[in-house]
Design a protein around this ligand. Structure first.
Ligand code: AMP
Ligand code: GLY
Length: 428
């Protein structure tokens, strides 16, 4: 069959790479893709924007594409699955209503409350005076979130009241984030270790992917501004088998059955961003209605099962008949970003040294071809991903592999995996 992957980031390169390996697949298209997907065997880019639903649908119909897999949240929140369904075309992901789990923080908070799924306490505000009065009665750190999608920029963790008030005013005045910030959520600060727990769901059943963890902060030591993710690894050693079971029973199962109860069974990838506290209890920070980026890259490297077979089973509601297999090895991805990211940065820098990489897979994100050269075109540029016997050895291989890659003003973190490696050292 022919498969279309929608999106252009590292996640989509990871998904397209894995989908192209399926024995069920003769051709993968990526819309719009990047320089990495353009040169991947069995994969071809098509120049259609991820939000151009009519253009995508026309392409799918003209080229007899049997399955569309959506990478990013915007098309899902915008209702691409509903639109494809109306046209009788198979598009894997949650419908628009269900995608509110990512698209609206207040929707999610109400859902979590209704189904008694553990999360931080919170209040929703549309007026700054009420929000400020609420903050004044509490102590820092304060977590202030824009209700809508804000590309990772909608969360402020304020260490004092002044900073919190600035964030509230900035969001609610509409200057900072536009419509996404016209309603805000003020949330209890959750202490613990953050993990990504992603499952494949068929509306009724689900299969968990291997656990993973990403590094959201821009700089070493988890300092600096929040980014989309500067690196990730799998598995997340903080998730012991016991904690795994707690996540499944307390978070994932009630979420899937809650969505069923709401008459919108959830089909697609469901990403739970969780905090695991000192006692090993998980609480939800956020849901995403898609795979993680950069979590996709290390998780796909470890996935031994045929992803397309699993996705088709999920679409048919047959996941209970399937199992999912992962390599015993660990995997780690280091993101190379443009200097200045997540603030402003220059594009169009020529990337050198890609041919000489060995011992790792380089997934592209913000790259494009220009006169036969690969140049930068985004904040996160590449995800160098390696497998190893443990996280320490995967880390060593990833950093060795990326040492020959160069472009002007590149930046990357030198400590991806540090928490997992500290745990491995204690275990030695
Ligand atoms: P979100 O967009 O909701 O995922 O938030 C972005 C990041 O902010 C998360 O990945 C966490 O690192 C942090 N964060 C969000 N909410 C909380 C919270 N309630 N307590 C602690 N950290 C949080
Ligand atoms: N790495 C975080 C995310 O995909 O949202």
């Amino acid at each position: 069959m022919k498969v279309l992957v929608i999106g252009s980031g590292g996640r989509e390169h990871g998904l397209a790479w894995k989908i192209a390996q399926s024995s069920l697949v003769e051709q993968v298209y990526v819309a719009p893709g990047n320089a990495g997907t353009a040169s991947e065997p069995g994969v071809e880019n098509v120049s259609i924007d991820a939000m151009d639903f009519e253009g995508l649908l026309e392409f799918v119909q003209m080229n007899e594409v049997g399955l569309t897999v959506v990478g990013p949240e915007d098309p899902l929140v915008g209702g691409i699955v509903d639109r494809f369904k109306l046209a009788g075309s198979t598009c894997f992901g949650p419908d628009q209503w269900s995608a509110q789990l990512e698209g609206s923080k207040s929707f999610t908070k109400n859902f979590l409350k209704k189904y008694e799924i553990p999360t931080g306490d919170c209040e929703v505000f549309e007026e700054s005076e009420a929000a400020i009065a609420y903050l004044s009665e509490r102590s820092p750190p304060f977590v202030i979130k824009a209700d809508g999608l804000a590309a990772g920029k909608g969360v402020v963790i304020a260490q004092d009241l002044d900073e919190a008030i600035d964030a509230v005013r900035g969001m609610l005045s509409g200057n900072l984030l536009g419509d996404a910030g016209s309603r805000i959520v003020i949330e209890e600060f959750l202490e613990g270790e953050e993990v990504s727990f992603i499952v494949l769901a068929d509306g009724n059943n689900f299969l968990p992917f291997a656990s993973s963890q990403d590094h959201k902060a821009a700089f070493d030591g988890d300092n600096g501004p929040n980014t989309g993710g500067m690196g990730a690894y799998s598995p997340a050693p903080v998730i012991t088998p016991e904690i795994h079971d707690r996540i499944v029973e307390r978070i994932i199962r009630p979420t899937i059955s809650g969505m069923q109860h709401e008459k919108h069974p959830y089909t697609g990838f469901l990403y739970a961003g969780l905090i695991i506290d000192k006692e090993g209890n998980p609480r939800v920070i956020e849901f995403n209605c898609r795979f993680g980026d950069p979590e996709t890259q290390p998780v796909m490297m470890r996935l031994n099962s045929d992803l397309v077979e699993l996705i088709l089973a999920a679409i048919d509601g047959n996941l209970h008949q399937k199992t999912i297999e992962f390599a015993q090895e660990s995997s780690l991805c280091v993101v190379i970003a443009s200097g200045g990211y997540p603030g402003s940065y220059k594009k169009g820098m020529e990337i050198e040294g890609l041919q000489s990489v060995s011992g790792a897979k380089v997934f592209h994100a913000g790259t494009r071809m220009e006169n036969g050269r690969v140049v930068t075109s985004g904040g996160r540029v590449l995800g160098v991903t390696a497998l190893g016997d443990d996280i320490s050895s995967a880390q060593e291989k990833a950093y060795l592999a990326l040492s020959g890659i160069r472009f002007k003003k590149l930046q990357f973190r030198r400590d991806i995996g540090h928490r997992a490696i500290a745990r491995e050292k204690v275990g030695d």
